[in-house]
Design a protein around this ligand. Structure first.
Ligand code: AMP
Length: 428
C-alpha cells in the first residue's frame, strides 16, 4: 500500500489561503523594514555543494543538513541557513562591491530536526547581513533592524538578550583550556544547567577562582551593570575588549531609543561556530523559544578565499513569528477576496457579464465570474458558503434598462444599480 502518496514528510507543511495571506502580511512588513534601512535582496540556490554550505557552521548544524549525491557522485545538501551561502557570494562574485554592503533574504531553510511546536524540517528565515564594518555601529544597526522588524509585524513585548562569544573564548583561554576541553562547560552554560556545569567543572584542571568565573557566567543577566561583575573577577585584556564592545553597542542603541529593549546576558554562547563577537537572541513572553538571533562573524568570508571582511547579521524564524502573533491574538488585516461574484441569468448575457467583471477588476476590486452556468439560487448559496460579500446579478429585464442587481450578502439586501454607476456604488 502506497501511504506516502497522500502524505507529506514529517516536519513539512502545506500553506494555503488565509494562513498564507497572514504569512504574506508578515513577510511584506519585514521586507519593507529591511528596505527602509537600505538593505537589498539576495537569493542563493536552495541546494549547493555540502562543502560550501558547511563552511564555518560546525558539526551540529552540519549533522542537521539534508544531504544527497547528484548523478556525478558530488555531495550536495539543502541549505540549513543563509549566512554561509551569502558569505560565499561576498567572497566570490561581490568581492569588489563597495563596502559597507547591506543585504536581506526571505527564504525556506531545511534542517533534519525532531519536529515539535515551532520546530519544523522546512521553515522560513527572514534575515539581513551587513558586511564591511567591525565597529559596534554595525552591531547596533543590526540589532535595531531586528527589534524594529519584530515590532513592525505587530508583536508586543519584544526583547533581546545580548552577549559576546569572545567572552567565553577569552575566559577559556585565561583558564588554560582548549575550546574542545571546554565543550561540556559551554553546553551547560548555554542551557543554564547548574548541575551539569558542576560535573563539567570537576572534569577539568582549573584554579578554583576560574571555576567561580564559569559559575558566574550564566548568572550575569540584566542591565549593562552586570558587565562590571565579570571585570571584577577576571583580569584579561580580551575580556575587557569584549565587555567594552557590548557596552558600546548598548550605548549606540540609546541613539535609536532601543537600549531599554536589550538585556545583557553574558552566558550566551551560541551554537553556530562562525560567530566571533556580539551575539543576540530575541524573545516575546508568549513563546518559550527564540524568535530569531544573530551576531558578528568576522572570519567567515575569509574561510572561503582567505581574505576576511568583518560582518554581522541575524535570522528571524518567520514561522515562529506567525505562531507568536496568533498567541498574542493579533488581528491580521485580511483582504477578504474575492469581494464580488458575478452571476448571469441568461446565456446571451455571458459577454456582458464578462465585460462588467473586467471593468470591476480595473477598479481594483477582486471579482469572480460564475463558470458553472449556475442558477441564481445555487449561485447565491455558493457566495454565502464562500463568504463573498457582494453578488452582481446580470438579468435580462434589468440589463435592458442599463442596470444590474447588486446583492449585499451580509445584509441580505439588494438594489438595482446603473452599470455605469457600479464604480460609485463600490467605491462608497
Ligand atoms: P538559528 O539559525 O538556529 O539561529 O535560527 C534562527 C531562528 O530561526 C530561530 O530563532 C527560530 O526562530 C528559527 N528556527 C530555527 N530552527 C527552526 C526550525 N527547525 N523550525 C522553525 N524555526 C526554526
Amino acid at each position: 500500500m502506497q501511504f506516502t502518496k497522500l502524505r507529506i514528510p514529517k516536519g513539512t507543511q502545506d500553506y494555503y489561503f488565509d494562513y498564507l495571506e497572514k504569512r504574506s502580511y508578515i513577510e511584506n512588513k519585514m521586507r519593507k523594514n529591511f528596505e527602509l534601512w537600505g538593505y537589498k535582496e539576495i537569493r542563493t540556490p536552495t541546494f549547493e555543494y555540502f562543502e560550501s554550505l558547511a563552511t564555518g557552521t560546525g558539526l551540529e548544524l552540519q549533522e542537521s543538513m539534508f544531504r544527497f549525491k547528484d548523478k556525478g557522485g558530488r555531495q550536495l545538501a539543502l541549505r540549513a541557513e543563509m549566512t554561509s551561502p551569502i558569505a560565499r557570494v561576498v567572497a566570490t562574485e561581490l568581492r569588489s562591491h563597495p563596502l559597507p554592503m547591506r543585504m536581506y533574504y526571505l527564504a525556506p531553510m531545511f534542517r533534519y530536526e525532531e519536529p515539535q511546536s515551532g520546530r519544523q524540517r522546512e521553515f522560513w528565515h527572514a534575515g539581513i547581513e551587513l558586511f564591511g564594518s567591525s565597529l559596534p555601529d554595525a552591531d547596533a544597526e543590526v540589532l535595531a533592524v531586528f527589534i524594529t522588524t519584530l515590532d513592525d509585524i505587530g508583536l508586543k513585548g519584544v526583547s533581546v538578550e545580548l552577549g559576546h562569544v569572545g567572552l567565553f573564548k577569552s575566559i577559556v583561554e585565561e583558564a588554560g583550556l582548549s575550546l574542545d576541553e571546554a565543550a561540556a562547560i559551554r553546553r551547560s552554560i548555554d542551557k543554564k544547567d547548574d548541575a551539569s556545569l558542576e560535573t563539567a567543572l570537576k572534569e577539568v584542571d582549573v584554579s578554583s577562582a576560574m571555576k567561580d568565573v564559569f559559575r558566574l557566567l550564566p548568572k550575569l543577566r540584566g542591565d549593562i551593570s552586570v558587565t562590571k561583575k565579570i571585570l571584577d573577577n577576571v583580569d584579561n585584556e580580551n575580556v575587557e575588549i569584549c565587555i567594552k564592545n557590548i557596552s558600546d553597542t548598548v550605548k549606540l542603541l540609546e541613539l535609536y531609543k532601543l537600549d531599554s529593549r536589550v538585556m545583557v546576558d553574558l552566558g550566551i554562547v551560541r551554537g553556530i561556530d562562525y560567530y566571533t563577537g556580539a551575539v543576540f537572541e530575541g524573545f516575546v513572553k508568549d513563546l518559550g523559544t527564540a524568535l530569531g538571533g544573530g551576531g558578528r562573524y568576522d572570519n567567515l568570508v575569509g574561510e572561503f578565499t582567505g581574505e576576511s571582511i568583518p560582518a554581522t547579521g541575524f535570522a528571524i524564524g518567520v514561522d515562529r513569528c506567525h505562531l507568536a502573533l496568533e498567541k498574542q491574538g493579533f488581528k491580521f488585516p485580511l483582504k477578504n477576496s474575492p469581494q464580488i461574484l458575478i452571476l448571469y441569468i441568461d446565456q446571451e448575457l455571458k459577454g456582458e457579464a464578462v465585460k462588467i467583471a473586467v471593468n470591476l477588476r480595473k477598479l481594483g476590486l477582486s471579482t469572480e465570474i460564475d463558470i458553472l452556468e449556475r442558477k441564481l439560487t445555487k449561485g447565491l448559496e455558493h457566495a454565502n458558503k464562500r463568504g463573498i460579500p457582494y453578488v452582481v446579478i446580470v438579468g435580462k429585464t434589468e440589463f435592458e434598462q442599463g442596470e444590474v442587481v447588486v446583492r449585499n450578502m451580509e445584509k441580505e439586501m439588494q438594489e438595482k444599480v446603473k452599470i455605469e454607476k457600479l464604480k460609485n456604488y463600490f467605491q462608497k
